[in-house]
Design a protein around this ligand. Structure first.
Ligand SMILES: C[S@@+](CC[C@H](N)C(=O)[O-])C[C@H]1O[C@@H](n2cnc3c(N)ncnc32)[C@H](O)[C@@H]1O
Length: 373
């Protein structure tokens, strides 16, 4: 383990400079400004990235995240004064990252988002194309409202921000129970006993109030971040990080790869793919839950992540570090690093204190700092 501020918790040493209690770092700060523009399962906390940037990236150095997800690395890089590039195989994640990191004109953004909402309230728009998933997971009125809003989006320069609002409203309006928004299996069409609210709840029948709320919330969050983002650039590449063409050289890689068999990154935002007609490349997703954790699946994962890290490290400047945040409960990373031509330099343990969500609880994750052999 590395030598920085080590502390003991339940007999396990961890780096206190990379670990925060709920009191030190409440949810409000972990989900500040654009970080909670849309729910995303499997992101790391922005404050961790901030600290890793401070430790491993020289002033003004470019940063690469080959598994960029919801864009935490890119957003924090902007805030800390670094150019960055993020790659992700999931189109919705790329859309979300672009909206978070783009330099929006605040006047245009405000005028357009308010105008789209006003037209929606006035009853403008029409239904258009729909899919079996949309018919199954959204009540008739929610569906009609979301489709009507969707038909207005193309009229605006801020269309991508409106697409994220639409996706977020659709997620909230799905026929799910309140206690299972992350992994719903079947639509909930009848009233049900709600474990979260301890009373009988009813499935959502309308989406208009979500659209209203999220248009305003998106506006506030994007405007807040506009004051912090500085003038650096964040480039988003939609592709497979094993063979994406990476522009230029990087001072560091900071990333958290998917864990094998845990999350389906396309499927968690299925409603967005269905409503927005996004390009679905789930077959190229590494470590997808749907593939399970058979020996073959683990082998593919090791080879895939190894190839990504090899490609990423080939684009590093001399002396640049590859910083990987991982919960390596299967001890796969020694082999992955070996395969990708990296050697471990430092290794820190971080205490993760999670208070919300179905996977609440405490655990440790590791920060592996490697360099090219
Ligand atoms: C653990 S998440 C990263 C989360 C990110 N650190 C954040 O804070 O939002 C892993 C990401 O890797 C992406 N991914 C999986 N296979 C990929 C591949 N072959 N190429 C690029 N990205 C991939 C997934 O879509 C997912 O968004």
């Amino acid at each position: 383990m590395g030598a920085t501020q080590e502390t003991l918790y339940a007999g396990v040493e961890y780096d206190a400079g990379l670990s925060w209690s709920e009191r030190d770092l409440p949810q409000r700060l972990r989900t500040k400004h654009v970080h909670s523009l849309h729910p995303y399962l499997g992101k790391y906390v922005p404050q961790l990235v901030e600290e890793l940037l401070r430790r491993y990236v020289p002033r003004g150095g470019r940063v690469l995240d080959p598994f960029a997800g919801s864009g935490t690395t890119l957003v924090q890089s902007l805030e800390s004064g670094h150019d960055s590039v993020g790659v992700d195989i999931a189109a919705f994640n790329c859309l979300l990252m672009r909206v978070k990191t783009r330099e929006h004109n605040p006047f245009v953004l405000e005028r357009e988002l308010r105008d789209a909402l006003a037209r929606f309230e006035a009853g403008e728009g029409s239904a258009g194309r729909t899919t079996a998933y949309v018919r199954r997971w959204l009540a008739p009125q929610s569906r009609a409202e979301l489709l009507r809003f969707r038909s207005l989006i193309g009229d605006y320069e801020s269309a991508d921000a409106l697409r994220v609002v639409l996706a977020r409203a659709a997620r909230s309006a799905r026929l799910t129970t309140h206690f299972d928004l992350d992994f719903p299996k079947e639509p909930q069409t009848e009233p049900y006993w709600c474990h979260k609210h301890k009373r009988e709840c009813r499935p959502v029948e309308h989406a208009g109030h979500f659209l209203r709320r999220y248009v305003m919330d998106t506006l506030v969050r994007l405007k807040e971040f506009a004051h912090l983002r500085g003038r650096r650039n964040a480039e988003v590449i939609h592709g497979d990080a094993r063979d994406a063409s990476l522009p230029g050289k990087f001072a560091a890689v900071i990333t958290s790869p998917p864990y094998p068999g845990l999350i389906d990154y396309h499927e968690q935002h299925r409603y967005a793919y269905e409503l927005l007609g996004l390009d679905d490349r789930r077959d190229l997703e590494l470590g997808a839950a749907v593939r399970g954790t058979t020996r073959g699946a683990i082998r593919d994962y090791v080879e895939g992540v190894g190839d990504v890290l090899a490609a990423a490290s080939a684009s590093l400047e001399r002396g640049g570090r590859v910083v990987i945040v991982v919960n390596d409960s299967r001890s796969l990373y020694p082999e992955i690093l070996e395969r990708s031509g990296l050697e471990l330099d430092e290794r820190f343990r971080r205490h993760v204190n999670r208070r919300t969500g179905r996977r609440a609880g405490e655990y440790f994750e590791e920060i592996l700092v490697a360099r090219r052999r």
